[in-house]
Design a binder for this molecule. Sequence first.
Ligand SMILES: [Zn+2]
Length: 243
Amino acid sequence: MRQNIIRNDNFWEMACKNDDSWTWKSIMHVRDEVMSTTYNAIGPGIAHDITPYLAANGKIASSLIYEVLRRRSLPVAWGKFLWSGLQCKRWSFIVWLALRERLYTRHRLYLRGVCDTSLCALCGLEEETEAHLWMRCTYVADVAQHLMVWMHISHWDVSLQGWMDWFDSDPRQTSCIFQTKLLMLCSLVYNTWKAQNRVVFGEAFAPPLDCARSIISLCKDRMRVKCRPLSHKDNRWLVKLGV
Ligand SMILES: [Zn+2]
């Protein structure tokens, strides 16, 4: 960005051009908001002096401004187990975005004018919001159903947040059973979101059964490498899953 757009200009002073991209215009819009608010106050009733946000060369330090502007959410219960365990970090990251409602769903992109439809890319039945994807989407539900059968879980009737609450209430968070169920859920969210991305970017649609088989295969591979059974019950559980 610095090489291609900013070049020798001063980011804090350069003007926005008509043919600039939507992304760049958004960045410039945020910059203008920062410039207009930082000097006096950032956020209602919170006074800030700009001096702490100046780098040694006297210019505004973007990283310090970011620290002031970014919203710090309250700690959540699932934070303690989402980032550890058998799952890949990128799977956890997508789950985190989904729980925080930060995924670029079609509904969100449509509202920003960068997508011509807000319908779900996977089922086409409702607006593609996080609430739809992880509670009502027939595609995700279909994939989840296959995973439930594999995991010997009787039914899927809670939201993603509900699953996190359920995990949080489980006292056996070091057990294989807990870890493998969390792995399955993270893989479900990551891989169905990946299937959505494939459709959005014009790649082949993966039928739910194919997606489920791929998830089961991925999970088994990780279980074989990562699982540390602590008891006979854990061992029996892994055999039951075909690991
Ligand atoms: Zn859907």
